[in-house]
Design a protein around this ligand. Sequence first.
Ligand code: 13P
Length: 344
Amino acid sequence: MSERLEDIAIRMVAEGKGILAADESTGTINKRFDSIKIENTEENRRDYREMLFGAEEAMKNNVSGVILFDETIRQKAKGGTPFVDMIAKTGAVPGIKVDKGAKDLPRFPGEKITEGLDGLPERMKEYYDLGARFAKWRAVITIGDGGRPSWNCINANAHALARYAVICQEAGIVPIVEPEVLMDGPDAKHDIDRCYEVTVWMLNTVFHQLMLAGVSLEGMVLKPNMIVPGQHSGKKASVEEVAEKTVKALKNTVPPAVPGIAFLSGGQSDEEATAHLSAMNAMHDLPWTLTFSYGRALQAAALSAWGGKAENVKAARAAFTHRARMNGLAATGGWKAELEKEAA
Ligand code: 13P
């Protein structure tokens, strides 16, 4: 298989496939495990990921890549096979989350800056040797009172994303550039048009910084939020409105040299995330592939079906396979609500 950045990026957005974001940090997976009342132990984390990566039909047909956490990229399945080998055997590309999380941005209350650039070239080398061929860095932008987002928050995060992206490419690793304008959280009272405005601002700033840093656009994948109202706005947007406004935001900001855009789900329901993606692909002929890189919207059904019990692995894999298939269809604009009933 070609190791050129451009070719890896194209494999990551292959037709009818998308990326499984299974890179929850130990703290984030704790929240997921709390919801099914299981303990956050290394063994449970391994069993959970083994349930996902061992869903062969989903992995082979609809998963182009898997984002792993530092612990997971070093972990083995119960039978001794390294997860990286298990994933690569299905044809999916193993990837790694390399940021060290979003920390408080000094002097800008309620805003975050993503850290993790120190020592990144050395860590990248190790991850390459462990089998990673792409990486992820997530920047977080909060819309809210008190002038949020600030210019400083947008600029500092865009700059960090560009520094990260160029370090990845130097190491032969495709960067997923993820600037997330949050839809959830206690402050998310904004409407869809404010989400549009801030997302366009952020994406323009990110591409400007990528250009200054010398990042090759052909060798990256963009992971943006969709244009949706804030969780506490009290307003609901139609599928068509979300699709139209998201495509408009992307057309205004993302150069056609970028091979693919893989959305995060960000707190949308499973079915909303699928419906929005499908509508965008059905309604538009676009210069980039539009697909998914979902965490919650791909895993929620499987997580609750699993519930931490070995006897539920089959049912959990079936739930994951269904969700992956629905999103695979959405990636080509071919999803229909009636197909959801087949899950039962
Ligand atoms: P969600 O789809 O749950 O937003 O997660 C995607 C992700 O990788 C966030 O960094």
